[in-house]
Ligand binder design. Structure first.
Ligand SMILES: [Zn+2]
Ligand SMILES: [Zn+2]
Length: 188
């Protein structure tokens, strides 16, 4: 949405993450398009989906997967949430929430926070944890999340619970358990 463009370094980090974890011999293409902001900025999942339906133009076809990621100009109905993944190929990043909680004095950098949330949501869309990529070992906790606190797919990565960690910590990677799930489902 206008004024909430993705951080270019976070998008680069996401592209590298996808190319590292997934088998995509034809590569990964990221296309960005600005859409109008909205007046009522606290959205629930249904409202996010309605905005997607009005704006999404690219869908999965044949062996090509398309993912739509909406950056909103506000917050989620649950104020602790920074991003969500929904349906098969859709996610939303709550842009104002991410901006308000990164890049300032005493806050994590915008790259760190935005890349963490982006990669966590895409992790759900490629089936983690146990939502399409069958678990190769028991490591599920807090819904469709990883039990390993150091893993990208730990529940905190999409909530304000991750903020303190990221001030000094790095963007979390997938742990061995999650990588093994992806490998068993065609990843690398
Ligand atoms: Zn999650
Ligand atoms: Zn994990």
């Amino acid at each position: 949405m206008a004024g909430f463009a993705p951080d270019a370094t976070a998008i680069n980090h996401l592209k590298n993450f996808l190319e590292t974890q997934l088998s995509k011999p034809d590569g990964v293409t990221i296309v960005m398009k600005e859409i109008a902001g909205i007046a009522n900025t606290a959205l629930n999942a249904d409202e996010v989906h309605t905005i997607e339906k009005a704006n999404r133009t690219v869908f999965s076809m044949g062996t090509e997967m398309a993912v739509y990621i909406l950056y909103t100009n506000g917050n989620y109905s649950d104020n602790n949430v920074l991003g969500i993944a929904y349906r098969n190929t859709s996610a939303a990043i709550f842009g104002k929430k991410v901006r308000d909680n990164s890049g300032g004095i005493g806050q994590a950098s915008r790259l760190k926070l935005e890349a963490t949330v982006l990669e966590h949501e895409v992790g759900h869309l490629v089936g983690l944890v146990d939502i399409g990529s069958p678990m190769q070992s028991a490591h599920k906790a807090n819904g469709s999340h990883c039990s390993n606190q150091a893993c990208l797919m730990y529940y905190a990565s999409e909530t304000t619970d991750v903020l303190g960690f990221l001030i000094t910590g790095n963007i979390p990677s997938l742990d061995v358990a999650c990588i093994n799930d992806l490998k068993a489902n065609g990843g690398k």
